[in-house]
Design a protein around this ligand. Sequence first.
Ligand code: SF4
Length: 325
Amino acid sequence: MIDERFWGYMFAPNCFIRFKTFGLWTKEESFMKTFLPKEALVYVEEREEALDCSMAHNVSMLADGQLSLCCLDYEGEMGLPNLRDTSVVELLRSPQRTAIAKDSMKAEVCRRCQGNLFVFDTEAASGAAVALDKFGRGWHPFEPDMNGIGGRWSNGEAWTYLLARQDNNLLALRFLSVHDSASPLTVQLREYDEASKQFGIVLQEQTFFGTQNQVTEVELPLHLRTGKMYRIDLLSPTFTPGEPDGGGDQRKLGLVLFDATMRHGESTLPALPAELPPPEREPIQEAPVEMAEETAVALAPAAAVATPVALGTIQRWLNRLVRRP
Ligand code: SF4
């Protein structure tokens, strides 16, 4: 008994039987589908990294005797035996239980439980740019005070999702790279296959460059068809920040992304001379970011414009973070 409320029995030392109800919150996807407009698209990005979830060390039983490890598995999807066919002892020794207790990502219900859930707007777009706002794996939390406009670090292999609500042909990125300006950065496009429920092979790939320690804008030709869902990977080198003040930040960092939008139309960035040579390698700066004249960098096939970083917030954290990658 806790606080006069009945919650179950202790039938042996440290062994409890608890009767538990569940709520719709336990399965966000079915909850969302129940209450969202029918046309809304719900997508669950499953977790992939191994996880030792404490809940998977429990044993649960459904009303029909079906055994499970967690109240979230209220439909018995973990594939464990039924108490009518086995004993609790056999269940505890079963390879399925051992595997899931060791790494709960062996069970789909757990991968979805620990994953990310996205709801996509399905209404036709008006022709304006559509923001990529479904940040999948590989992004560190959004930092609202970054450069005064807010941005987020990638870990070097990050991606976003987009449901194309109109045909698009340009991906505009505004980002900051702390890497050598000759470091190639890559965008890859994959399309979602309804039948296999997976994103397939890379359909398109673009290489582009930033200017070290400056905010750069690029417009990359990526073709998206109305009604299709896409995954857009953003690949970049990574480094681990060295913190002279002794902080413990050990995150792998790639680019800082401020904005990402898709639209249809002509590029608004300066036209590019086709014969422009690739940028020369520059020594890695270890000094603080300096203000520079606005420069335009043209890179085939995408246009790019680099603008100096406003001194202020971004300089302070770059001073702390930048080191030779
Ligand atoms: S990952 Fe989620 S579903 Fe799996 S055992 Fe843990 S809490 Fe339960």
